[in-house]
Write a protein that binds this ligand. Structure first.
Ligand SMILES: NC(=O)c1ccc[n+]([C@@H]2O[C@H](COP(=O)([O-])OP(=O)(O)OC[C@H]3O[C@@H](n4cnc5c(N)ncnc54)[C@H](OP(=O)(O)O)[C@@H]3O)[C@@H](O)[C@H]2O)c1
Length: 158
């Protein structure tokens, strides 16, 4: 499986239930990479999408322990094992923090947008630079939007 995430310099990913920053080119890249593939996400990340609706053009496999939660267009799973039994190998884990934590060990490729800023935050992604299980295999040239510099970095499981 794949994982895709945008992190700041401290590997922070969110605050107050929302993203740290929205970069339009990064959102386009997210769409291009995930389109046509299943996406795996937590109930709280789904709530951050427009209208709280699942992403179009992709199977949405959503983790939630709430048996009454059944968003139209999404598949809800009560636990990781139930979800993994139905998740194809080309799935993308798209967050949030608890779902990254639960499924990173099942992923082989990580698409990380590294934002060269430090934001106030309350949740983080594991630092892959400090994890010997992962190696960086690609890094884009620095890109910039509204003075915010970022790069696309790919990691693979060793
Ligand atoms: N920077 C990025 O790339 C990025 C990407 C995505 C999200 N984010 C950020 O991440 C933050 C959200 O992360 P989060 O950890 O608070 O929420 P989350 O992972 O999106 O969702 C958490 C919810 O998912 C369900 N869940 C999680 N693990 C489960 C398990 N093992 N079994 C069953 N259900 C499970 C539970 O839902 P129930 O409560 O319904 O049981 C839990 O409350 C936000 O700030 C968001 O903006 C950042």
């Amino acid at each position: 499986m794949n994982v895709i995430v945008a992190v700041d310099q401290n590997w922070a990913i969110g605050k107050g239930g929302d993203q740290l920053i929205y970069l339009s080119e990064d959102l386009k890249r997210f769409k291009a990479l995930t389109m046509g593939h299943p996406v795996i996400l937590g109930r709280k990340t789904l709530a951050t999408f427009p209208g709280g609706r699942p992403l179009k053009g992709r199977r949405n496999l959503i983790l939630s322990r709430d048996p009454s939660f059944s968003p139209e267009g999404g598949e809800v799973y009560p636990g990781v094992e139930e979800l993994l039994a139905q998740a194809p190998e080309d799935s993308f884990v798209i967050g949030g923090a608890s779902v990254y934590q639960a499924l990173l060990s099942r992923c082989d490729i990580a698409y990380v947008t590294k934002i060269q800023r430090e934001f106030p935050a309350d949740c983080w992604f594991p630092n892959l630079d400090e994890d010997p299980a992962w190696e960086q295999t690609e890094e884009s040239e620095p890109l910039e939007q509204d003075g915010v510099v970022y790069t696309y970095v790919t990691y693979r499981r060793r």
